[in-house]
Design a protein around this ligand. Sequence first.
Ligand SMILES: [Zn+2]
Length: 195
Amino acid sequence: MSERKCNPKENKPMLDPRIILWPNRILSKVAEEETAFDEKLKTITNTLKEVLTNVRSYGLAACQIGEKARVFIVALSPEDEPDQEQQKDFFSKELRVFVNPSIVTTGGRPVETEEYCLSFPGIGVKVKSRYPGVTIAAYDETGLPFQENFVGFNAVIIQHELAHLNGKTILDEAGTAKRTLIRSKMRKIAKMLKQ
Ligand SMILES: [Zn+2]
């Protein structure tokens, strides 16, 4: 994810030019599993960290910087805050890389969340499919496997980013009317960026 609201001072979304916006087709591609922890992957993870730090957001998937790699990063909250309003300062968080991630188990019933996405600046969508807890198996950027349980806001961000690796975005979670609205807003943003 994601969640970056408009900069109230300038009343426009904060963007890093390296972030791919919808409707770029790479956002709907399923990323294939990584087979090597090489220099290429290192460059991708470094760029993800750089871009996420630049925009001080919560998570970023490789497709959002134009890479097909099956990797995302998340700025993990030290505490299990369920609410983004209570989120700590970006620099107190741990930037965690997830390579070839998969969900081992989910905990609880799906909850409704309001999610933002860096590829849809300033647009919030109600998502009803996220579990309040997930156990994830993945590799870190050095190729070391890990399995860990995440809850609250961290769990939601991870599910949002994992969806990106499967070619799904918040647009897929929106109802028909909302989708039309999002498409029209995104066209306006594209126009604004061209100017
Ligand atoms: Zn996103």
